[in-house]
Design a protein around this ligand. Structure first.
Ligand SMILES: *Cc1c(COP(=O)(O)O)cnc(C)c1O
Length: 376
């Protein structure tokens, strides 16, 4: 069998499936490093864990695992539609936001089509573009690492089909003001769909971040992606969803595998939405954790970006590879951003107080305080 001649010609561009340390589950990191506990601050996972109501609802589903679930997840679609004040037909579920991104690519991209994306953003947009043998076109960031919508506009050509925006952006935590997005959409040509990934929607800082769902309602060419993996702690259950025009949602349904969200995940997501207290608890823990990190980074003289997510972008001024390795030796796993050319920057998930404390202590022992006063 000549496998290398049989696989699609895009294979050399696809992501390797073998995980690096930062991408492994905690138990495997513990095994490889021989250290316990491990503080995994590389995946923006919610340290709270799923809502009790979600866990109960998911347990109940075990009784009827012999039955196929609703293929489109009717009940969850309806609940989400009600919350977002759209129609059920504007909602489509996916096996995590990651699947939604690949479904969008499968729906719209032919080989050679162009996809415009910011240079520093979530990596799955690039992976899905390559998967379809489409051509990624990178737009430079603003100097403050914000997404530059003018630069994106300049990269749009006749061949462009999709633009991916991440708002708030991973890994910077920066939000794009809604007014900017709205003005941008007015200038985007008719053959382009703008996908806005709002994986961190619930964490958005009031006054800085607003959802683009309002723009879907205004019939602008936009599709919004969300997930239950972050604020609702259901990362392993795999539930995401999209909000768009009936036409766009309908087109994506054509490539969506049947039963792509299992019944346990649907039940967990539905129950999570009912648990307001859980949301408040998570957001308050995240807020405290962010402040804990901000205070420590400021004391250490490190520059960081105030985040609209559950992670913080920080520039340590030292090789991020080296800082990553030293932290890993202490069981603390963060995200090294040198792959983006940000060779001294890290993205650190906001953990619980203990995890944040462990990170701060480790950084303190590693980084000498930078004197801000010019010196005498
Ligand atoms: C975590 C994340 C996702 C993936 O979420 P899943 O629902 O777990 O697939 C998508 N987009 C962004 C920006 C993320 O950070």
């Amino acid at each position: 069998m000549k496998l290398n001649q049989m696989v699609r010609n895009v294979y050399p561009k696809l992501m390797p499936y073998k995980c690096q340390l930062a991408d492994l589950p905690v138990a495997e990191i513990e095994r490889q490093l021989g250290i316990s506990p491990i503080y995994k601050l590389s995946f923006n996972e919610n340290p709270v864990g799923p809502s009790l109501k979600a866990k109960e609802a998911m347990m109940k589903e075990l009784e009827v695992l012999n039955l196929y679930p609703s293929s489109t997840g009717d009940e969850l679609q309806e609940k989400l539609a009600e919350r977002e004040a759209v129609e059920k037909e504007n909602i489509i579920l996916s096996n995590g936001a990651d699947e939604m991104i690949i479904l969008i690519a499968q729906t719209f991209l032919n080989p050679g089509d162009e996809v415009v994306l910011p240079e520093v953003t979530f990596v799955q947009y690039l992976a899905s573009t390559h998967q379809m043998d489409a051509v990624p076109v990178f737009a430079p960031m603003r100097e403050d690492l914000g997404i530059d919508l003018d630069a994106i506009l300049q990269k749009i050509t006749e061949k462009t089909k999709l633009v991916f925006l991440c708002n708030p952006n991973n890994p910077t935590g920066k939000a794009i003001p809604l007014g900017e997005i709205s003005a941008f959409l007015d200038q985007v040509p008719e053959h382009v769909l703008v996908v806005i990934d709002e994986a961190y929607h619930e964490y958005g800082v009031p006054g800085e971040y607003d959802s683009s769902v309002s723009l879907v309602k205004e019939n602008k060419p936009v599709f919004v992606v969300r997930t239950f993996s972050k604020v609702y702690s259901l990362a392993a259950a795999r539930v995401g969803y999209g909000i768009g025009s009936v036409e766009v949602v309908d087109a994506i349904h054509h490539v969506r595998p049947p039963f792509n969200v299992n019944s346990i995940a649907q039940a967990g997501a539905l129950a999570s939405l009912e648990d307001e207290e859980y949301l408040i608890q998570t957001l308050s823990l995240n807020q405290k954790g962010k402040e804990q990190l901000y205070t420590a980074f400021a004391e250490l003289g490190l520059s960081f970006i105030k985040s609209n997510g559950n992670f913080v972008y920080v520039d340590t001024g030292k090789s991020s590879k080296e800082v990553f390795d030293s932290l890993a030796k202490k069981g603390i796993i963060v995200r090294d951003l040198s792959g983006y050319g940000l060779t001294t920057s890290l993205r650190i998930s906001v953990g619980n107080e203990k995890a944040n404390e462990a990170l701060i202590e480790a950084l303190k022992s590693m980084i000498k305080r930078v004197q801000i006063t010019g010196g005498i």
